[in-house]
Design a binder for this molecule. Structure first.
Ligand code: NAD
Length: 339
């Protein structure tokens, strides 16, 4: 039987989740809720007229709902997740899973206690290009990865359309954007041992939370990575880049440099694979990562397996963000686990 999903929060990212749920196997969209009812109504009218709930309590009380999809401002994730777990609903929650380790632990415990699944939307892991990068690295095509770089350049409009990112607890570029790079790096390079960071003070975007951050990660493996992230890119396209350097080659993935080069392929150097030291382009299929994520969640639920990204995975990423805040505040390198 399909997992019946109610989407909670009908803002920007719901526009990606709703069609993804409707298009994936083993999951079914049954309803929508937003504190702004007009948003939920409008979205319902565009997507097959699922039920529109008048309150969160109505969602919790509806036996037709097996799972809630929490697409809310970051500081609301914890409360909604804990209440959903208590009502016996599985939980899909957008990144970042929560804004503190205490909140993460509470959510993970609530899910375990109530025997419901808790999945964090680490959507980059479901991008076809990112999965191709993973395949290249895991198959040893570039040897041992010893260094990585990531950039995420976004403009102020990311924040202006979501004012809660600017000033509220849990907003900021680290929580909202760099976290994608953090969990992608953790997924491929393993646990992080140390974090150091600087947060830009020359604000481009009028916000009290961080708009620009540079972070350095040292992994338990000894590999190192740097993260450059900003909401202050006032001109030029939103661009994202991830570069992995190995003992026998490298792979770069720049999925958002699409204004000049749509569907930009990966760039790979791998003597093992190609028998030379030249740059090779590797293309990948184009499919919504949100659809692939829901597909993977549905498949796991149908097979009685844990979700493909867990609450612990979400917590691990948050720990790095919190360590980066601490490093910037205290001007020193922070060792994990955080105490
Ligand atoms: N995975 C990705 O690529 C990606 C991209 C963008 C956003 N996100 C994440 O998705 C989540 C939502 O972001 P967004 O961009 O859709 O934000 P948004 O501001 O566009 O939408 C949030 C919605 O939640 C509603 N809402 C707020 N508080 C509520 C409450 N207490 N009860 C009910 N509804 C409430 C708002 O009315 C709004 O419609 C965040 O966690 C964000 O980081 C993920």
């Amino acid at each position: 039987m399909s997992v019946r999903v109610a989407v909670i929060g009908c803002g920007a990212i719901a526009r990606a989740h709703v069609p993804a749920i409707r298009g994936a196997e083993n999951v079914e969209l049954v309803g929508l809720f937003d504190q702004d009812l007009s948003r939920a109504r409008e979205m319902a009218s565009q997507h097959g007229n699922p039920r529109v709930y008048g309150s969160w309590r109505e969602v919790l009380d509806d036996p037709q709902v097996d799972c809630v999809d929490l697409l809310l401002p970051h500081n609301a994730h914890h409360q909604f997740a804990v209440e959903a777990a208590a009502a016996g609903k599985h939980i899909m929650v957008e990144k970042p899973i929560a804004t503190s380790l205490a909140e993460c632990d509470d959510m993970i415990a609530a899910a375990e206690r109530n025997r419901v699944a808790l999945m964090t939307c680490h959507t980059v892991l479901f991008e076809p290009g990112a999965q191709k990068v993973e395949e290249i690295i895991r198959s040893g095509q570039i040897g041992d990865v010893y260094m990585a770089q990531t950039i995420g350049l976004e403009g102020p409009s990311t924040v202006s359309v979501r004012p809660w990112l600017a000033n509220s607890r849990g907003g900021g570029v680290l929580m909202a954007q760099a976290i994608h790079q953090i969990y992608f790096l953790q997924h491929l390079l393993g646990p992080v041992a140390k974090v150091s960071s600087v947060i830009g003070k020359r604000k481009i975007v009028p916000m009290t939370t961080d708009d620009t951050c540079l972070a350095l990660l040292e992994f338990q493996s000894g590999a190192v990575a740097e993260i450059t992230s900003t909401f202050g890119q006032t001109v030029g396209p939103y661009s994202r880049g991830t570069y992995f350097y190995g003992s026998e080659g490298y792979v770069s993935y720049q999925p958002h440099n699409t204004a000049l080069r749509p569907n930009r392929p990966l760039e790979v150097v791998s003597e093992k694979t190609y028998g030379d030291r030249e740059l090779h382009e590797v293309s990948y299929e184009q499919e919504s990562q949100f659809k692939r994520m829901w597909q993977a969640f549905g498949a796991a639920m149908a097979a009685g397996q844990p979700p493909p990204v867990t609450g612990q995975d979400g917590r691990a990423a948050i720990e790095v963000v919190l360590a980066a805040y601490r490093s910037a505040d205290e001007g020193r390198t922070i060792a994990l686990p955080l105490t």
